[in-house]
Design a protein around this ligand. Structure first.
Ligand code: ADP
Ligand code: MG
Length: 254
């Protein structure tokens, strides 16, 4: 990292060039408006953001400012109404549902605040699920699921159902599910929001380990201590990004 990424007037390409390596996420003038009957609710009002491969970015901002909406777009769970989004060089905005799902399967792992594990399945079966869509055979699915569970420290819980696990264990299982297709980008929406602070710190430690191995991480958090573990903090206010700063400035300013 060289210096901090300026707040305004910097294009995503410039921002990405300032950070390390080629950009994996390039958002230019991204817009998303929800329609409720006749009412239009603009939620993303022109987002420009570049994230370099290997970065660890924290996204902060008040409730309702549009963080989840943005993460769903970055994670290919939703599409913007306007603007350009390139993920790993591929334009996402015009993709149909099938191609969007395939791109997501190859590139993205998503981690949610409430884990979103399927309660009727063991954690191993949960971790195997995304590989079904990629057509991986049963034996290979099992082998890779167990390896992912070992990677996140759940080797001794592989036959447990979610209800038999602690919050931290469920989130580790969800992270194993997010990793098992070997994504280049991990998108986490308040991953520690439902955990006590010590367990949350362990989860962030796991993200840092994965990031050190080359995984790009973007994470929403309300916790300044959690955000301080990221290399860069991006702030959102009422559908716009207000600042983008390296960790040392973020700490000095909060
Ligand atoms: P945050 O994650 O920062 O709390 P969200 O992206 O979840 O913010 O929501 C931003 C705004 O968009 C909120 O006002 C919310 O009520 C609204 N919103 C979110 N999802 C929908 C939806 N599916 N339909 C209509 N409005 C929505
Ligand atoms: Mg949210």
């Amino acid at each position: 990292m060289t210096g901090h990424l300026g707040s305004t007037g910097m294009t995503p390409a410039m921002a990405a060039a300032t950070a390390t390596g080629a950009p994996i996420v390039e958002l230019v003038d991204i817009r998303r408006t929800y329609r409720l009957g006749a009412r239009e609710l603009p939620v993303l009002k022109g987002i420009d953001l570049g994230i370099a491969r290997g970065e660890f970015v924290a996204l902060m901002g008040p409730s309702g400012s549009g963080k989840t909406t943005l993460m769903h777009i970055i994670g290919c769970l939703d599409r913007p109404d306007g603007g350009s989004y390139k993920l790993a060089g591929e334009e996402v905005s015009g993709l149909d549902d099938d191609r969007l799902a395939r791109l997501r399967g190859r590139q993205v792992g998503f981690v949610f605040q409430f884990f979103n594990l399927i309660p009727q399945m063991t954690v191993t079966e949960n971790v195997e699920l995304p590989m079904l869509y990629l057509g991986v055979g049963a034996a290979e699915r099992r082998r890779r699921a167990l390896a992912a569970l070992e990677r996140v420290g759940l080797k001794d819980r592989v036959t447990h159902h979610p209800a038999q696990m602690s919050g931290g264990e469920m989130q580790r299982g969800a992270i194993a599910r997010a990793l098992v297709c070997e994504p280049s980008l991990l998108v986490a929406d308040e991953p520690t929001g439902n955990l006590d602070s010590r367990t949350g710190a362990e989860i962030i430690g796991l993200f840092q380990e994965l990031n050190a191995l080359g995984l790009t991480v973007i994470m929403v958090t309300h916790d300044h201590g959690v955000a301080a573990k990221a290399q860069r903090v991006v702030r959102m206010l009422d559908g716009s990004l207000v600042a983008s700063q390296a960790r040392d400035q973020a700490e000095a300013g909060s």
